[in-house]
Design a protein. Structure first.
Length: 79
């Protein structure tokens, strides 16, 4: 069985297809980088808002991890 599934939604209000697809790719890459820290057997849906447009990769990563932490979807760190 899959560890978890990820969906990313970007409204047309975000920008054209190039911008929306870039945001999707960035969020999916962040999740892929941290896949071992996420609780398995979950379906995750991220909705990208306009505020995410001007952010760097590090700022987006911080935001995604914050949402996962707040939703209690990150495994507890040992040590």
């Amino acid at each position: 069985m899959e560890q978890f599934r990820v969906g990313v939604s970007c409204s047309k209000k975000i920008g054209n297809a190039v911008v929306r697809n870039r945001m999707r790719r960035l969020v999916k890459e962040i999740v892929r980088q941290h896949q071992h820290d996420i609780i398995p057997h979950m379906d995750l849906i991220f909705i990208v808002r306009k505020g995410a447009l001007g952010k760097s990769y590090q700022e987006l990563e911080k935001s995604v991890l914050h949402v996962l932490r707040k939703s209690a979807l990150l495994k507890a760190k040992r040590g």
